[in-house]
Every structure is written in C-alpha cells, then in structure tokens.
Design a protein around this ligand. Structure first.
Ligand SMILES: Nc1ncnc2c1ncn2[C@@H]1O[C@H](COP(=O)(O)OP(=O)(O)OP(=O)(O)O)[C@@H](O)[C@H]1O
Length: 202
C-alpha cells in the first residue's frame, strides 16, 4: 500500500509542506523540531485540513483540494490507527477496556496482546503501567480498531533504553508480520534507520 502525500498548510508563521510518494513497509518522517512532522500525521488522520494538495493512501483519496475532486473524508472513514508520543490511555478504564475501545469485537484480543506482551496486564489500571507497557497498550488499541494503516508520532521518545527496545520490537512485528503500512515520526537517526523501509526528510 502506498502513501501519496502532497500537502501545504500554513500554521502561524510556519509553512508546513511535504510532497512524497512512498511504497510498502514503514515510512519514517524525519526532520528538525517544528518543521511540521506531527502536522503531516494530523493531516493524514483527518484532524488538520491542508490548505492545498492531496492525500492518497492505497489508491484511495482521503483528501483532495478543489483541483483533486474536493474530497475530505472524516477521520473515522480514513481508518488510521494513531499512536501518540504519550500513550494517552483512558485513565478511568482498565487495560482491557482501553484495548477494546473502538474495536468491533474481541476476536483479535488474544493474538494482539500476546505479541505485544501485554496479556498479563488486562485487568490493570493505566496508572500502574510502565511507560513501555502503556505504549504497547496504545499500539494494541490502535491495532484492534482494525486500521488500514498506522500513524506513529515519536512513540519511543519518552522511554528509557530497555522500554524502547520492547516497543521497537512491537513496531517491527507490525511492519514485518502484520504487514500494516506505517507512517512514523521520529528525530532519532538510529530509530529512523532501524524502522524505516524508507525515510522522508522534511
Ligand atoms: N495552531 C497553531 N498555530 C500556530 N502555529 C502552529 C500551530 N500548530 C502548530 N504550529 C507550528 O507549526 C509548526 C509545525 O508543528 P509540528 O508540531 O507539526 O512540528 P514537528 O515537526 O512535529 O515538531 P516536533 O518535532 O517538535 O514535535 C511549529 O513551528 C509549530 O509551532
């Protein structure tokens, strides 16, 4: 599945612009702070509207300005799984309820929790989880919503070395075994090198 992204959006004094066409696997958006990486993910997710351009994922137009058919699919029809820098779990729900939020059913729960190494955490509250555990639950929640692709915004940046390795392996599993297309933001060159099938510099 390819991402074909050609967007411009002005935010205050910053002009966020990206033109990239990428293929299978994981695409890493790499660039200095403030260049607009998160804004690009938000545009792909449907949370931020580009001023001009188009976003096509797997041949389906998610957004197209008036020159491209005037299309703007709402976020729920884009079917993006979005994982943020901080896990952003619902604090009033146990891990199981967090995972199943947005899931049509629980048929994949066992499989997903097994490879993410979180099966033993289902009855825990988010506040009792380590950063790495919480981030793996956030990835599980995104996967269980049956997404067509994953958006990962610096999912490792708040973690120490050991926790980073756990989450990195989970992302590699999604890329290599589930073969779900990934668009991931990082400003860590080592992470970009390891996760990225292709790297797009902004
Ligand atoms: N609502 C807003 N109003 C004005 N400027 C904004 C707004 N939202 C974002 N910006 C600016 O747009 C630019 C892009 O922000 P964005 O968060 O996309 O960058 P980034 O590359 O993800 O940065 P970082 O690596 O620090 O997370 C920044 O300069 C930011 O200050």
């Amino acid at each position: 599945m390819s991402f074909d992204i050609d967007v411009v959006r002005r935010l205050g004094d910053t002009r966020v612009a990206l033109a990239a066409r990428v293929g299978e696997g994981a695409t890493v958006l790499f660039g200095r702070s403030g260049v607009g990486k998160t804004s690009v993910l938000n545009m792909v997710a449907g949370l931020l509207r580009p001023d001009t351009g188009r976003i096509v994922v797997g041949g389906e137009t998610l957004f197209g300005d008036s020159d491209w058919g005037g299309i703007d699919l709402p976020p729920e029809r884009r079917r993006a799984g979005y994982v943020f820098q901080a896990a952003r779990l619902f604090p009033h729900m146990r891990v199981r309820a967090n995972l199943l939020y947005g899931a049509a059913d629980d048929v994949e729960l066992t499989d997903r929790t097994a490879f993410l190494g979180i099966a033993h955490l289902l009855d825990r509250w988010p506040r009792s989880l380590s950063g790495g555990e919480a981030q793996r639950v956030a990835i599980g929640r995104a996967l269980l919503s049956n997404p067509r692709f994953l958006l990962l915004d610096e999912p490792l940046s708040s973690l120490d070395h050991a926790r980073r390795e756990e989450v990195m392996q989970a992302i590699e599993h999604v890329r290599d075994v589930l073969k779900l297309p990934i668009l991931m933001v990082t400003h860590d060159p080592e992470e970009a090198e390891r996760i990225g099938t292709q790297i797009v510099r902004m």
